[in-house]
Design a protein around this ligand. Structure first.
Ligand code: ADP
Ligand code: MG
Ligand code: ZN
Length: 373
């Protein structure tokens, strides 16, 4: 495999960006009107398209087809075929400088930036500086950057990217046009994974992709990397395969166990846990997922509207199941159950037999209703 998925499938146009439509629209309109800003700030969680969008913007600013063809210009997109577009895509563009503030906190780079910025671009219209993890810049580097942002030369565009907006100095923030990148929903991630699997001719099971997507927590990059990781182990991406790579069980296993617990089915729940342990599932992770699941069911039982918060992270079937389970909640029984599971979770990490604390918690809570006397 020559390219890792996340590089190979990096969106090349604004239209290809998934889930960031408003950002794409604003940039496109600015491009049509030739009103690109001199400083942007892209912030939001990892793997949501900040670096990708920065490169697209660099291409838009320097695309030769845009400069020559009026009709194409008005699409507000890069052509991806001209020399600057190709050079920028392959990372060979001298006038597009990517600085990773995390690696050496940017002191040397900022110094050479301060000197280099006065010079015109060597062959492009704009010099574009992409400063990644901008919150990691040292004080001196940030000050140097601020000076430059106060009076940016006509030929320069700065794009700052960060996962930690709050750590950036307000003086810098206020000089930028800001875009907040959002986490991808479960559905967007599954769709993207399906697209890649289709292009790579990889056979997949839907629940396997859903588990990958749910573990990626809103990050396209993480989802794509996980898919690739699982694929390197077995040529078909099955739920079993994903479960063993992640040490995490499928979403519907967690919900089955939860249902058994809420129904007070002691033998069923014990058998289930036993079987999961036998199959090599990570008991600590399973308990954590279970607590998280029950917590949501509990919240739902109080406020059905809360479902809208979970919608982005769960499949439709999962949501329905969760709503059903919310009807089973009895506070006097299930709050103690969740408390016991939390206690089990903190004990099991130090236990030589992680299954025991969770079994005891289950017996303790369900034993009373099931006692045969
Ligand atoms: N909005 C998106 N739509 C489609 N794919 C995306 C999106 N955001 C990220 N990706 C995928 O994740 C990879 C990493 O994205 P990147 O832009 O580097 O994320 P960030 O800089 O926000 O951490 C991309 O190469 C692409 O494969
Ligand atoms: Mg990035
Ligand atoms: Zn071009």
């Amino acid at each position: 495999m020559a390219l890792t998925f996340y590089r190979k499938y990096r969106p090349k146009t604004l239209a290809d960006l998934v889930g960031q439509e408003e950002i794409a629209e604003v940039i496109r309109n600015a491009a049509k009107a030739d009103r690109l800003a001199h400083a942007y700030l892209f912030y939001g969680p990892r793997g949501t398209g900040k670096t990708t969008t920065a490169r697209i913007l660099a291409k838009i600013a320097n695309c030769e087809t845009r400069a020559e063809d009026k009709k194409f210009h008005d699409l507000g997109e890069p052509c991806n075929r001209c020399r600057p577009c190709e050079e920028i895509d392959s990372g060979r563009a001298l006038d597009v400088v990517e600085i990773d503030a995390a690696s050496n906190r940017g002191i040397d780079e900022m110094r050479s930036l301060k000197e280099g910025i006065k010079l015109s671009p060597t062959s492009y219209r704009y010099k574009v500086y992409i400063i990644d993890e901008a919150h990691q810049l040292t004080k001196e580097a940030a000050n140097a950057l601020l000076k430059t942002l106060e009076e940016p030369p006509e030929h320069a565009i700065f794009i700052l990217a960060t996962t930690e907006y709050d750590k950036l100095p307000a003086t810098i923030v206020s000089r930028t046009q800001r875009f907040n990148f959002h986490k991808a929903s479960l559905k967007m991630l599954v769709d993207e994974l399906q697209k890649i699997a289709g292009a790579e001719k990889i056979k997949t099971e839907k629940p396997a992709l859903e588990l990958i997507a749910s573990s990626a927590e809103g990050s396209f990059r993480d989802a794509e990397a996980l898919l690739e990781q699982v694929y390197s182990f077995e040529k078909e991406v099955t739920l079993n395969g994903v479960e063993s790579v992640l040490g995490k069980v499928g979403l519907n296993k967690t919900s089955s166990l939860s249902r058994q617990l809420l129904n007070g089915d002691l033998p069923g729940a014990l058998k289930f846990v036993e079987e999961m342990d036998e199959s090599g599932a990570n008991m600590v992770q399973m308990t954590k997922d279970l607590i998280q699941y029950l917590r949501r069911v509990l919240a739902l039982s109080f406020d059905p509207n809360i479902i809208s918060i979970f919608e982005r992270e769960l499949t439709e079937e999962e949501l329905k199941e969760m709503q059903e389970q919310a009807k089973l909640i009895k506070l006097e029984k299930h709050v103690p159950l969740i408390k016991s599971l939390i206690e089990a979770y903190s004990n099991m990490r130090y236990s030589p037999f992680p299954i025991v604390p969770v079994e005891v918690a289950i017996v303790e809570n369900l034993g009373k209703e099931n006692s045969k006397s």
